[in-house]
Design a protein around this ligand. Structure first.
Ligand SMILES: C[S@@+](CC[C@H](N)C(=O)[O-])C[C@H]1O[C@@H](n2cnc3c(N)ncnc32)[C@H](O)[C@@H]1O
Length: 306
């Protein structure tokens, strides 16, 4: 099994923890790298609630933390944070962490279907019980919808040509596996650019299949509702679309007023709920990137509940 190396581990946990006996939420448990460090820094009265959509990550982490009674693990989306807090009789958290995207295990395990390097089913679901797969999108969505996904979620310049090729090829043979998609893209993109283009296309399909951007927006807003004054929210993102959402959401939550500038008095009732702690995102050191390639695109943003 490919071991997942936690990214910006010290930095993220330094930002997150304000009380050793507090209650924390790890939204993206994965292989428990961040959760383990959080638990190491907390005392015996502390609590940690963690979620992961992926059943394999959940099973792995459940075994890993079996003996630690301070942690409670859920195989659920982090958008369930409010429901889970209710189940656990938690009113507010001292800190909430999300390390977005997929783990090295998901990326490198051909059965997960997240890689374009090996032949695998075109799936890309983190939660294997959800209905929509990458195959469904490629075989059933119309050309314009596929183009939009590739452009909006992958920032792929050749989105139109690739969507047209996909729709032409699926009339001959339905898309079933990653190699078929790779071959379709290779008919449009020159070999030198193919790897980068494929990684953008897989990113785009993954975002669409898992509804990642909408879930992230919903999660941030709920997480801010659930933070104690002085509590921290820390988010690690791995591509510009995610980072933009985190940056904008934090900025919006920090604003005291959203009235138009020409309004004579404030009537908006907007409350400034966050103080931004990272004016610029924190990025990994060169040393970290050297030993962990996945860290190269990471950006950490942190904020404190007012
Ligand atoms: C980058 S990995 C986390 C790695 C973890 N911090 C560690 O150090 O082991 C991201 C994890 O988040 C999970 N994930 C992504 N979106 C999710 C969501 N909406 N709800 C719950 N888990 C999610 C993925 O399944 C994956 O296991």
């Amino acid at each position: 099994m490919t071991k997942h190396k936690p990214v910006l581990l010290k930095e993220s946990v330094d930002y997150l923890i304000t009380s050793k006996s507090g209650t924390y939420f790890d939204a993206t448990l994965g292989f428990g790298g961040h959760s383990k460090e959080i638990l190491n820094r907390l005392n015996k009265n502390a609590r940690l609630i963690a979620t992961d959509k992926d059943a394999e990550a959940f099973e792995f982490a459940r075994e890993k933390f079996f003996a630690d009674k301070r942690i409670e693990i859920y195989n659920a989306s982090f958008t369930e944070i409010k429901t889970i807090a209710r189940i656990e009789f938690i009113d507010k958290f001292d800190g909430i962490l999300a390390d977005l995207g997929v783990s090295s295990f998901q990326l490198d395990n051909p059965n997960s279907g997240f890689t374009y390097r090996e032949k695998a089913p075109l799936d890309l679901r983190m939660d294997k019980n959800s209905n929509l797969t990458a195959k469904d999108i490629l075989n059933n969505y119309d050309k314009e919808a596929i183009e939009e996904i590739l452009r909006n979620y992958g920032e792929e310049k050749a989105a139109r040509k690739i969507a047209k090729k996909i729709v032409a090829l699926r009339k001959i043979e339905k898309f079933e596996n990653t190699l078929q998609l790779r071959n379709a893209v290779a008919q449009i993109i020159p070999p030198n650019y193919l790897r980068k283009s494929l990684s953008r296309i897989f990113q785009a399909l993954r975002i669409a299949v898992n509804n990642e951007l909408d879930e992230l927006k919903e999660f941030i807003s709920d997480a801010v509702d659930l933070l104690k004054p002085g509590g921290r929210i820390v988010i690690l993102s791995y591509h510009s679309l995610e980072d933009r959402i985190v940056k904008e959401a934090f900025k919006y939550e920090a604003l005291p007023c959203i009235c138009p500038p020409e309004a004579p008095i404030c009537t908006c009732d907007k409350e400034s709920r966050l103080k931004i702690l990272t004016k610029k995102p924190v990025v990994p050191s060169e040393e970290e990137v050297k030993i962990n390639f996945r860290a190269r695109s990471a950006k950490l943003r942190a904020a404190e509940r007012k």
